[in-house]
Design a protein around this ligand. Structure first.
Ligand code: 5AD
Ligand code: SF4
Length: 417
């Protein structure tokens, strides 16, 4: 979402500014920030001091969720060298803020309406394009700061999303990823998420459609049918579990039980057995006992996710959990639990990935080198798994039939047929 917001920002700032990726060349540095976990915020603070140390004359702006989270504090704390603060709904104000040459600027008002619908983001040429179909969230999961930093849920019109998708195809993109805090809540007049997805799947020239994330509490059967019936919609669902114990799920205000989660997974696999499932999990939520942690382990063992992002709980100021429950699980216990769960998931991912050896997957090439080698290219299969193969004059956006010859817990390796 932040990468996409940065593209919107670049478009809003437009031709009045020159962009650079080298902070040493910049007069102004804007940090587009995330507040979802404490660690993300810590990194931003460290970065501000580092930037200012390297160039005391630099003007620095904090954008995004940390702007909303710290509101007046950021500005009042004169010790923090920040000149601009703009929340996720205030980006239209930025050109004016930055133009006031020596002054500082501040706007963190959250809007009920802002979707940046009429702004065409400034995207680098590539394979994948993000499109936020909605902004904000109304769910108020007790651990989560997003409803406070990004405000209430609002959806963008299907017409504008379709027009943008058509334009993206003309610009050479072949995949779109639809973004929303809970895409199942997407609604614009009569159009819900399954209908939107169906409309987008008819855009000619688009090779792949992805979306993230649906909430397990309100996953409609119609959505499953739309995914299963349309070859262009990738067979991958990111379905955040968060916890496997009913008592903890209730305290998290997730609005589903472990049995309902199992039932949903069963339904998904009945309709589409090859669906790749990934998830998010939090360990060490306040009062989580050993037995309740093992309930989460049990769900992970039973569901056999393809991969999982596992986080230690960190209290976020202003959320119901931070207000009502002391952060009482010791750091050492959180660490033990995350190590345990990551170890288990790694084995599951490895077993699942190895089972692909010998199969042929369609791979969309996304990068013409890998972190480790300039002689290799990388892409993703339909299920969003990374696939690496030796370069053979391939181009970005090539869709190749790749026979899988090797696997680790994180990547597949293959050769073209
Ligand atoms: N502590 C730890 N993890 C969190 N997440 C959200 N809020 C917190 C928190 N307070 C995780 C959830 C969510 C993902 C984006 O971040 O798992 O799905
Ligand atoms: Fe946060 Fe819950 Fe909304 Fe996801 S659904 S953004 S976890 S409040």
């Amino acid at each position: 979402m932040n990468e996409y917001d940065t593209e919107i920002l670049k478009s809003i700032l437009g031709s009045g500014f020159l962009f650079t990726t080298d902070p040493g060349e910049a007069d102004i540095v804007l940090l587009n920030t995330c507040s979802v976990r404490e660690n993300a915020e810590r990194k931003v603070f460290a970065r501000i001091y580092q930037l200012k140390h390297e160039n005391p004359g630099l003007r620095i702006g904090i954008l995004g969720c940390m702007a909303s989270h710290f509101k007046d504090k950021l500005f009042e704390q004169k010790s923090l060298p920040v000149d601009f603060v703009a929340g996720p709904d205030s980006y239209r104000q930025l050109p004016e803020m930055l133009a006031r040459s020596q002054d500082s600027g501040f706007d963190v008002t959250l809007s009920e309406f802002e979707t940046y619908e009429n702004i065409f983001p400034f995207r680098e040429k590539g394979v994948n394009a993000w499109i936020a179909i909605m902004r904000g969230c109304n769910n108020f999961c007790s651990f989560c700061i997003v409803p406070y930093t990004r405000g209430r849920e609002r959806s963008r019109s299907p017409q504008s999303i379709l027009q943008e998708t058509q334009q993206l195809v003309r610009d050479g993109f072949c995949q779109v990823t639809l973004l929303g805090q809970n895409v199942n809540s997407y609604r614009y007049e009569d159009t819900g998420f399954p209908a939107l997805l169906k409309k987008i799947s008819r855009v000619e020239g688009l090779k792949r459609i992805r979306f993230t994330s649906p909430h397990p509490k309100d996953f409609p059967s119609e959505l499953l049918t739309v995914i299963a019936d349309n070859p262009g919609i990738c067979k991958h669902i990111h379905l955040p579990l968060q916890a496997g114990s009913d008592r903890i799920l209730k305290k998290m205000r997730r609005k589903y039980t472990r049995q309902q989660y199992f039932d949903l997974v069963g339904k998904i696999r009945d309709v589409c057995p090859e669906m790749v499932l990934t998830t998010d999990i939090i360990v060490g939520f306040p009062t989580e006992s050993d037995t309740e942690f093992w309930d989460t382990v049990d769900v992970v063992e039973t569901v056999q996710f393809d991969s999982a992002f596992i986080f230690k709980y960190s209290p976020r100021e202003g959320t119901a959990a931070a207000k009502n429950y002391p952060d009482d699980i010791p750091e050492t216990v959180k660490t033990e639990r995350i190590i345990q769960l990551n170890g288990l998931q790694k084995n599951i991912s490895l077993t699942k990935n190895r089972a692909h050896i010998g199969e042929t997957h369609q791979v969309l090439i996304e990068a013409l080198e890998t972190k480790k080698s300039k002689a290799d290219v990388q892409g993703r299969n339909d299920g969003n798994k990374l696939v690496i193969l030796t370069n053979n004059d391939y181009r970005l956006g090539d869709m190749l039939n790749v026979r899988i010859t090797g696997a680790t817990a994180h990547v597949l390796k293959g050769i073209t047929e």
